[in-house]
Design a protein around this ligand. Sequence first.
Ligand SMILES: C[S@@+](CC[C@H](N)C(=O)[O-])C[C@H]1O[C@@H](n2cnc3c(N)ncnc32)[C@H](O)[C@@H]1O
Length: 262
Amino acid sequence: MASYEVIGSIAVMKFPEEEKISIKEKKKVAEKLLEKNNVKTVVEKIGRIKGRLRTLKTKHLAGIKTLTTIHKENGCLMKVNIETCYFSPRLSEERKRIMKECKNNEKVLVMFGGVAPYAIVIAKNKKEVKEVVSVEIGKECSKYAQENVRMNKQEKKVRIIQGDVKKIIPRLKEKGEKYDRIIMTRPNLKETFIKYALMVAKKGGMIHYHGFSHEEDKEEMVKELLEEINNERRKVKVLKVMKVGDIAPRKYRWRIDMKILN
Ligand SMILES: C[S@@+](CC[C@H](N)C(=O)[O-])C[C@H]1O[C@@H](n2cnc3c(N)ncnc32)[C@H](O)[C@@H]1O
């Protein structure tokens, strides 16, 4: 069975590889989807999301030939190129949950910011938050992030920084910047990047860390993360470990919420 998700006016379809469906058949299914849904373009997702930039390849199947669209969520508009930028509409509930946790006067850092959906959803819906900084390595993705900040009129509240968190965060530290809340919407890569978050994490602040593992490896993932934090001579209290999405059969995206104690 084919499945799909909708980003703005583009439907991204996924066909089971083992079924060896012909391109003619795929186009027929795509045309039907175009008729039934409020979408203007249908593409097929080729392979998996991969690489440091977490991008995907697609093949056009029906409708207008474009890879760029504007997606609406949580009262915000996100412009995105579905091939050059990571964007998952399935994370909109997670963004809403995190936004609701943000408090008055907080300075928030989003590491791995993408086209800035977390930063914008927080800034636009939580007027009391002081500032949101979003760091993203992808150049094209960061251009969309800047455009999205303007489109949502959040220039006064949201700062987009293009670059590698490994270089940018030590610079923020040098300038004496500290954050009350750090959101680590990590790519599914081995490195935890936690030491960079700790460089600018305020005592008493919060880190929302995204990790990836099978259900049975969850405890181990948390244990290894806490060991790394301990090696950095920092203390945290884990407040919550919750499942916030699935990324492969039986493999999940977890959020680990930690309060910084020292
Ligand atoms: C899972 S995506 C999350 C994007 C965004 N937060 C969202 O939810 O739409 C991870 C993002 O991290 C970026 N990234 C990967 N390594 C990075 C690094 N070292 N420094 C900054 N950004 C990085 C990727 O380009 C990608 O956009």
